[in-house]
Write a protein that binds this ligand. Structure first.
Ligand SMILES: Nc1ncnc2c1ncn2[C@@H]1O[C@H](COP(=O)(O)OP(=O)(O)OP(=O)(O)O)[C@@H](O)[C@H]1O
Ligand SMILES: [Mg+2]
Length: 591
C-alpha cells in the first residue's frame, strides 16, 4: 500500500497500472452494464401478464406497431448499449427456444441483475455470484420439473388450455376461443401426418433448409421427458382417442415453417380459419377474361417467364421498315403462343407463376392466350413461397418450358378465388397426396390488429410445439416462481458462506414475476405476494394470482397452464445472460 501511493511520482510507475490497482474501472463497467440492461427490463415489465399494457412503436419508416409480445417490443427498440442489446438477444433466444415467455425472461434477467448488484455491494466476487446463480438455476429447473404434470399429445383439452393461457395475455385475447383451437389443430395435424412415416424419412427432404442459422432451435427435437407426476396439478389424460396414437417415447420434430400464416386485411379475427389445402394471398388474373375457378385442377408451378425474352445487355434496335416491325411482332406472338400451347398440351389448367425481377413474369399477350386456352393464372408467387407451395401441392417446380411435362403437375379437386368479408384469396382444396403442411388464413379489420393476431397465433403455435418437445405442463399465474423461490430459500439455509447469500438472493429475485403480475393487474403486490407465499407454505402448490378476481386462488381452476419448457428455458437463459454480464469487467472500442 505504502509503495503504491508513494512510488508513482518517484519511480514513474505507469498510470495504467495504478488505475488497475484501484479496481474502480471493472466495477464501474460492470455497474454501467447492469444499469443499461435493467433499463431494458424495466421497459417491458409493464407488458407482463393478462392485464399487462401494450406498446405502440413507431418504426424508422413511419410504420406503427402495437404489440404485447416481449420479443417484438425489444426487436423494434433502438437499443444501442451493448449490454442492453444482450437482453434483446436474450428475448430472441427465448423466442426461438420456446416461443412464449419472451417478456418473462427479460423481467427475470432484470431482477437477477438487481440481486447481483446487491451481492456486489456486499463485497462478494462476481465470479462467485455468477457460479452460484447458475447452480441455483439448475436447482430451480429441478424443482419446476418436479411439480410439472406429464401431458399426452392426444389430450387436446390440455393443449387447448395451454394455448389459451398464452393468448390470454395478448391484445387479441377475446378471440382466444377461435385462435387456440386453430393452433392446436395445426400442430396436431402435422404430428399425425408425420406419424406413419419414419422420423428419419420425414426429416430428410428438408435437410438443406436446416442450415439456416435460426432453424436448429426451431427444428430441435428432444426426447420427451416423462417427468414425475405432481400431486398438486390435475391434468386429465384420457385414454384411447380415435386419432393416431402419439407415443410419448418417440421424439417428433415440429417445424413451424410447415405452418403458413397468410394474412389478409378484411373481416374480423373471428374469420381466421385453418384451411384444408393451400391458401394463396395473390389474386387470380381475370383481366384477360380467364377463368377464376377450376374444378379438377392440374396445377403447374412455373418459374420461367411468359413474356418476350430480353437481351442480357441494354441495347437498341432501330427498325425503319414496317414489314420488319410486323415480323418482330409476329415472332413474339408465335413465341408466346408456342409456349402457351405447350402448357396446354401437358394438361395443365392452373398456372402459378413465380414473381420475376428481370422482366414481366407474364405479359398481356400471354395472358390473352392463356385465357383463350382456359388456363387459370396466378402470378407473383414469391420465390420463398415456392418451396412451401410445391411441398403442399406435391408438385415439382418447372424452370423451363422444355421441361413442362405432365409428371410435374399437381392435382386438386378445386382451385377457387373466394371473397370473405372483403379479403380475396385463392384456395386450393382437395389436393391429391398433399404434403405435410398446414395453411392458416388470418384475417383482421386492419393491419395493426392483423399483425398482432398473427404474432399471437405464432406464440400459441409455439406453446403447442413446446409441449411436443417436452410433454409437461405447469400452472401459471406466478405459482411456479413462488414455489421455486420458497424451495430455493429453504435450500439456501443448508448452504454455507457466500453461496447461501447468493441462493437466497436468487430465490428472492424470482418473485419478480408474481409481483409484476399483481402490479400490472392493479393489485397490491406486497399483500398479494405475501399471501401467495403463505398459501404455498401451507402446501397449496397451485395457488396463483387470479387476475380476474384479484385474489389468490387455485390457478388450475382458472385453466392457466403453461408448458414447462417456457419456464425452465426462461430461468436458464436469463441466468446465463446475467452470468455473462457479471463476468465482463472491461469495455474497449475496436477500430
Ligand atoms: N389468466 C391468467 N391469470 C394469471 N396469470 C396469467 C394468466 N394468463 C397468463 N398468466 C401469466 O402471465 C405470464 C405471461 O405473460 P405474457 O404472456 O404477457 O408474457 P410472456 O409469455 O412472458 O411473453 P410473451 O407472451 O410476450 O412472449 C405468465 O407468468 C403466466 O403464468
Ligand atoms: Mg405469453
Amino acid at each position: 500500500m505504502s509503495t503504491a501511493t508513494a512510488a508513482p511520482a518517484a519511480t514513474g510507475v505507469p498510470r495504467q497500472q495504478k488505475a488497475f490497482k484501484t479496481q474502480d474501472k471493472p466495477d464501474e463497467v460492470r455497474r454501467s452494464n447492469m444499469n443499461a440492461a435493467k433499463a431494458v427490463s424495466d421497459a417491458v415489465r409493464t407488458s407482463l401478464g393478462p392485464k399487462g399494457m401494450d406498446k405502440m412503436i413507431q418504426t424508422a419508416n413511419g410504420e406503427v406497431v402495437i404489440t404485447n409480445d416481449g420479443a417484438t417490443i425489444l426487436k423494434h427498440m433502438a437499443v444501442m448499449h451493448p449490454a442492453a442489446r444482450m437482453l434483446v438477444e436474450l428475448s430472441q433466444a427465448q423466442d426461438i427456444e420456446a416461443g412464449d415467455g419472451t417478456t418473462s425472461v427479460v423481467v427475470i434477467a432484470g431482477s437477477l441483475l438487481g440481486a447481483a448488484e446487491k451481492m456486489l455491494n456486499k463485497g462478494i466476487h462476481p465470479t462467485i455470484i455468477a457460479e452460484s446463480f447458475q447452480k441455483a438455476a439448475a436447482k430451480a429447473v429441478e424443482y419446476l420439473t418436479e411439480i410439472s404434470t406429464p401431458v399426452d399429445l392426444r389430450d387436446k383439452e390440455s393443449l387447448l388450455r395451454a394455448a389459451n393461457t398464452s393468448l390470454n395475455s395478448k391484445i387479441v385475447s377475446q378471440y382466444s376461443s377461435v385462435l387456440a383451437p386453430i393452433a392446436v389443430n395445426a400442430v396436431t395435424r402435422l404430428l399425425h401426418a408425420s406419424k406413419p412415416k419414419n422420423a428419419a424419412t420425414t426429416a430428410s427432404p428438408r435437410s438443406p433448409a436446416t442450415s439456416n442459422p435460426t432453424s436448429p432451435a426451431l427444428n430441435a427435437t428432444r426426447p420427451s421427458s416423462s417427468s414425475s407426476g405432481a400431486p398438486g396439478a390435475s391434468v386429465t389424460v384420457p385414454e384411447g382417442s380415435s386419432d393416431t396414437p402419439a407415443s410419448d417415447v418417440e421424439p417428433i420434430s415440429i417445424d413451424l415453417r410447415d405452418i403458413r400464416l397468410v394474412k389478409k386485411v378484411g373481416g374480423t379475427i373471428d374469420d381466421t380459419e385453418l384451411v384444408e389445402g393451400l391458401v394463396l394471398e395473390q389474386n387470380v388474373i381475370t383481366s384477360s377474361g380467364g377463368p377464376s375457378r377450376m374444378e379438377k385442377a392440374k396445377i403447374a408451378v412455373c418459374q420461367f417467364q411468359l413474356s418476350s425474352p430480353k437481351p442480357d445487355m441494354d441495347n437498341q434496335i432501330v427498325v425503319n421498315d414496317y414489314r420488319q416491325m410486323d415480323k418482330i411482332l409476329k415472332e413474339e406472338r408465335q413465341y408466346l403462343l408456342n409456349m402457351c400451347k405447350k402448357i396446354k398440351k401437358s394438361g395443365c389448367n392452373v398456372l402459378l407463376i413465380q414473381k420475376s425481377i428481370l422482366r414481366d413474369a407474364v405479359n398481356e399477350l400471354a395472358l390473352h392466350f392463356l385465357a383463350k386456352l382456359k388456363i387459370l393464372v396466378v402470378k407473383d408467387v414469391e420465390r420463398e413461397e415456392i418451396e412451401f407451395v410445391c411441398r403442399t401441392l406435391n408438385a415439382k417446380p418447372i424452370a423451363d418450358i422444355e421441361a413442362f411435362t405432365e409428371d410435374k403437375l399437381a392435382y386438386a379437386d378445386l382451385v377457387d378465388e373466394v371473397q370473405q368479408s372483403g379479403a380475396k384469396v385463392v384456395k386450393i382444396t382437395g389436393i391429391k397426396d398433399m404434403g405435410q403442411t398446414v395453411s392458416v388464413l388470418c384475417t383482421g379489420a386492419n393491419s395493426l390488429v392483423l399483425e398482432e393476431s398473427e404474432r399471437s397465433l405464432h406464440d400459441a403455435l409455439c406453446v403447442v410445439r413446446c409441449l411436443v418437445k417436452r410433454r409437461a405442463l405447469i400452472a401459471g399465474g406466478g405459482a411456479p416462481e413462488v414455489h421455486v423461490s420458497r424451495l430455493l430459500a429453504q435450500h439456501a439455509q443448508s448452504l454455507k458462506g457466500t453461496q447461501a447469500y447468493c441462493f437466497s438472493a436468487f430465490a428472492e429475485a424470482l418473485e419478480i414475476i408474481p409481483t409484476t403480475l399483481a402490479e400490472n393487474a392493479g393489485l397490491n403486490p406486497i399483500a398479494i405476494v405475501t399471501e401467495l407465499r403463505n398459501r404455498h407454505a401451507l402446501g397449496e402448490r397451485t395457488a396463483g394470482i387470479n387476475v380476474r378476481k384479484g385474489q389468490i386462488t387455485n390457478i388450475l381452476e382458472e385453466n392457466v397452464l403453461q408448458p414447462l419448457l417456457v419456464n425452465t428455458s426462461a430461468i436458464e437463459l436469463a441466468t446465463e445472460t446475467v452470468a455473462l454480464l457479471l463476468k465482463v469487467d472491461d469495455f474497449q472500442l475496436s477500430r
